[in-house]
Design a protein around this ligand. Structure first.
Ligand SMILES: [Zn+2]
Length: 295
């Protein structure tokens, strides 16, 4: 893009459950001549699409500048290298933990703000996330984690040798085989490879096809049990910034789950009424549709 910034990483407020705040503009720019207009602030409650594992979409909401409210139609990750060169979304050539890089949350506006963008730095902005949509994405993301852990448990007898184990001690089918996870309001679709490399890792994919119904029933029963437990969910973080590492942690009696996750979640499993799963085998892959209903 050729643009530069020396702004430090954005402070992320969504891990503490904040959905609206005042903030200071640190960067305002249009992506190309007709590209969308993007504003980054020193802190934000908005959750951006992650550039390395784009499972949960960016938040929507509003950004108010100089008394004028703009619709935020998407939220993206931006990053500036050690020389200040700015990159956006999948063009970012660095990982979140690379030294010398700062990571920013870009609020994509539907309409450009008044005046010269260069004059906007230092202005105060009001930020408000669309909480209904956020809540539906959080429900889907929480349900997706529950499904992955229940699936790992139900597939535990199909391993000839044990790969890495998950946080509950089951062979980690999810992290060994997952190729893509996409989260939309109330729903996630997770895709797992079942080909040669998984077989080499010790997984018996042939036996799985004869057992799909039993696996689905087992996953469903486990999910119902966990939801009935109403376990509290916490987001642990090792720093306040958007690129700090974060973990999803949840009581799942008799155990306690904790896994790396940068997304947003419900406050407890008591907020879920039910989670339904549909499991099918497609071409060389297992596809799981997980649908959450909130209570
Ligand atoms: Zn996650």
């Amino acid at each position: 893009m050729g643009e530069t910034t020396s702004a430090p990483s954005t402070v992320a407020l969504f891990p503490q459950g904040v959905s609206a705040c005042e903030a200071t503009v640190v960067l305002a720019e249009a992506a190309g001549d007709d590209g969308p207009f993007v504003i980054a602030t020193d802190r934000t409650p908005f959750h951006p699409l992650d550039h390395t594992w784009p499972d949960q979409p960016g938040d929507r909401g509003t950004l108010t500048l100089g008394g004028r409210e703009h619709a935020v139609v998407d939220t993206v990750t931006m990053a500036a290298g050690p020389d200040g060169t700015l990159y956006r979304a999948e063009a970012i050539p660095a990982r979140r933990t690379d030294p010398g890089w700062s990571f920013l949350v870009g609020h994509v506006l539907e309409t450009p703000p008044d005046g010269d963008p260069a004059d906007l730095a230092g202005e105060q902005a009001g930020l408000a996330v669309d909480v209904a949509r956020r809540s539906s994405l959080s429900a889907a993301h929480t349900a997706c984690h529950l499904m992955s852990l229940a699936l790992n448990t139900e597939l535990r007898d199909l391993w000839r040798k044990v790969p890495r184990t998950d946080c509950l001690g089951s062979p980690d089918f999810d992290q060994t085989a997952i190729t893509r996870s996409s989260i939309t309001p109330w729903e996630s679709v997770d895709r797992y490879r079942l080909g040669k490399s998984l077989r080499r890792a010790g997984f018996d994919a042939e036996a799985l096809s004869g057992r799909l119904d039993a696996v689905r029933e087992g996953v469903t029963a486990r999910l119902a049990e966990w939801i009935a437990g109403g376990g509290r969910i916490a987001i642990d973080t090792d720093g306040p910034w958007i690129n700090s590492r974060r973990w999803w942690s949840c009581a799942l009696p008799p155990g306690h789950a904790r896994l790396p996750c940068g997304g947003t979640h419900l406050g407890s499993l008591g907020e879920l009424a039910s989670v339904d799963v549909r499991i099918v085998i497609g071409e060389g892959e297992l596809v799981v549709n997980t649908t959450a209903k909130q209570s």
